[in-house]
Design a protein around this ligand. Sequence first.
Ligand SMILES: [Fe+2]
Ligand SMILES: [Fe+2]
Length: 361
Amino acid sequence: MGAAQRELTDEVMRRFSGGETASNEEIPRPSPSSPRLRGGAASDRSDRIDARHDVTFVYDYTSERDDLRSLYEKAKSAQWNAKDALAWDTKVDPEAENFANSFIPIFGTPIWDKLDKTRELPQLRRHVCSYLLSNFLHGEQGALLATSQLACSVPNAEAKLYAATQALDEARHVEVYSRYLREKIELTYPVSPHLKALLDEILREPRWDMKFLGMQILVEGLALAAFGVISQTANEPLIREIVRLIMLDESRHVAFGVLSLKGLYEEMSASDLADREEFIVEASRLMRDRFLMQEVWENLGLPVDECLDAVHNSPIMQTFQSLLFSKIVPNVKKLGLMTPRVRKGFEDLRVIQYETWDASA
Ligand SMILES: [Fe+2]
Ligand SMILES: [Fe+2]
């Protein structure tokens, strides 16, 4: 082993054994690096952003949209109580292989080979698990806020009723992920700057259809695909059951977006349509980058650039990141938004192959 390599290994060992595993840790928030993160007041405890959106009263209460009314009925009957529906007394070892090691993006790389498998690897597992679930948690809160805005702004009575049920669903998802992280993993990560930039964009957006597009079609489409991978591959039974229950709700949420936006873009002017195209392309790029896990590599003192290269080049991560778009791409097409510009954006992200997939599968 050369001197530089030894120095690196020593540094990794030092950081890993740095005694940073006190229970219920909260990792400090990274300073926002994205130019899109602007305005508002941020701290580790809360973050205020400036947002404006319409508030519409609708006085026609007769059912015009049977499809939305029936989704609302389904949502009411499918409610579950997170307190009783889950086996919260399940023992979880946060450092065990709760998700397959091969899901850790540096798996199989020279950095991986250097890890002490009895001491460093268990910590890495806990941090990766926390990073993933913490960002789900923050995304769920974003969905709670966006859906509350939608209940105010959408100009349709059935959609307002449905949005109210979704707000309750999202509150339950926040409750479940925050409890799991607090009680079982005992470590919470701050929101990824890429995800926060996207959530802020959706919450600031005054046009109600763009909120739908951003939250129900893009963010929730991605979440549904990610939860699908976790529910099929996790080794830990409690998180598998949590994700299974949440997915039942999320598939209704994506359907809400598709039903609400159906036909809307057929008549839209080219300049208005251009805003939607730009939004889809930019949001998709931010969503792909949210899984880079930069904060994990930094916190564990691993060589960040090498780890980011490993993430970019990892075949498993490439497959995972690509699969995340398997619901989004067919739904964007279904809404009539697969314009040449959006198609090029999806081609650049190498996810265009999903355009023929069935989003409901
Ligand atoms: Fe949710
Ligand atoms: Fe949702």
